[in-house]
Design a protein around this ligand. Structure first.
Ligand SMILES: Nc1nc2c(ncn2[C@@H]2O[C@H](COP(=O)(O)OP(=O)(O)OP(=O)(O)O)[C@@H](O)[C@H]2O)c(=O)[nH]1
Ligand SMILES: [Mg+2]
Length: 336
């Protein structure tokens, strides 16, 4: 009996141990399943996040594509419009006369500070502020003088003024001798910069600069062939007192040797002496019409030009009045 009890006890203990072991194994298995489930849940969550990101990227791509398509459509429309405009311009060009430009060159010559730029600027642009004029190396101004149109072509006649600074007199002389020059504007003056009275030494310098020997060099055969007008402009007449006739006579007296020297060529080229003042516009209006009359062929005149020349010949009274005023205080500065 004792044996049976111990057997029973042994068997019970054995059964209990196995139950505990089974329970522990079961718990471990459940724990492992739980960990798996948590891992899968995390993977699922990450997959969801990635899916959302991919969807957002896809939305962005779609928007970018739509924008690009819309830009492309605009570009195509713009190109079509350009193409239509080009075709329109081509048709216009075909029916319009073609433009030809004829240039006539006028050159200035004179020592430093005689007023070449003041004169030519005023002429190229009557509204110019002479207060801004500075010593020049070389400036070239262009001025359209007239337009003449036929059915086939429109001819634009242009005066190109080469305004050389006095410090570059040699280069100016070189251009005169080498190039085809249609008009020559020699500018001498009666007074130095800011001078208020006649400066005889300065006048002598200028007469020497243009002594007969030099004039013969300037008026070589090439110059005489192309050049249609030579103007000697005696500038700064505002430093002289008297009536216009007296002023003219006195200025000419100061420059008699030079005037005589130039007039030796009058059988070969048109020469003219003008006495005036660039600062006051005295005689400057004659310059333009004179060069036009001498240089421009008659068939090149247009209505506007004729009107302008008429005005130059009969200038408004105000211009003649200002010519009698005292010298202006124009502040010019700076050199090359
Ligand atoms: N009183 C007076 N001064 C003048 C007249 N014309 C020009 N000037 C003065 O002369 C100086 C020189 O004038 P510009 O026109 O620069 O002379 P420029 O011959 O071009 O001088 P460069 O280019 O250096 O050769 C300036 O101080 C002008 O104000 C004038 O008619 N009367
Ligand atoms: Mg100048």
């Amino acid at each position: 009996m004792t044996v049976d009890l111990s057997i029973l006890f042994g068997l019970g203990a054995l059964g209990g141990g196995a139950g505990v072991a089974w329970m522990a194994a079961r718990a471990a298995s459940l724990k492992a399943q739980l960990r798996d489930a948590a891992r899968h849940a995390e993977a699922l969550r990450q997959a969801n996040v990635q899916l959302e990101r991919l969807r957002a990227e896809q939305r962005q791509d779609r928007e970018t594509l739509e924008r690009a398509q819309s830009e492309e459509r605009q570009k195509v429309e713009w190109l079509d419009a350009q193409q239509r405009e080009i075709e329109w311009l081509r048709r216009e060009l075909d029916v319009r006369p073609k433009i030809t430009r004829k240039r006539y060159k006028i050159l200035t010559l004179g020592i430093k500070g005689t007023g070449k730029t003041s004169l030519t600027l005023k002429w190229a642009n009557p509204l110019v502020d002479l207060g801004k004029v500075q010593g020049t190396k070389i400036e070239r101004y262009e001025r359209t003088v007239s337009h003449v149109s036929t059915k086939e072509e429109l001819v634009e006649h242009i005066f190109e003024i080469g305004d050389w600074g006095g410090e570059h007199l040699v280069e100016a002389q070189h251009e005169l001798v080498m190039d085809e020059i249609h008009g020559l504007l020699m500018v001498v003056d009666l007074a130095a910069k800011d001078g208020r009275q006649v400066d005889p030494a300065r006048i002598d310098d200028q007469i020497r600069e243009f002594q007969p020997q030099s004039l013969r060099y300037f008026f070589g055969s090439k110059t005489l062939t192309a050049c249609k007008a030579v103007v000697l402009f005696i500038n700064k007449s505002d430093v002289l007192a008297g009536t216009p006739v007296e002023i003219e006579a006195e200025a000419r007296k100061h420059y008699r040797p030079l005037i005589e020297g130039i007039e030796r060529f009058k059988n070969h080229v048109d020469t003219r002496v003008l006495v005036g003042s660039a600062s006051y516009g005295h005689s400057t209006h004659h310059l333009f019409s004179h060069f036009v009359e001498r240089i421009l062929p008659k068939q090149a005149y247009d209505g506007q030009l004729l009107q302008r020349i008429k005005q130059d010949i009969h200038p408004p009274a105000a211009v003649s009045q200002t010519a009698r005023l005292a010298a202006p205080q124009v502040e010019l500065h700076g050199q090359k």
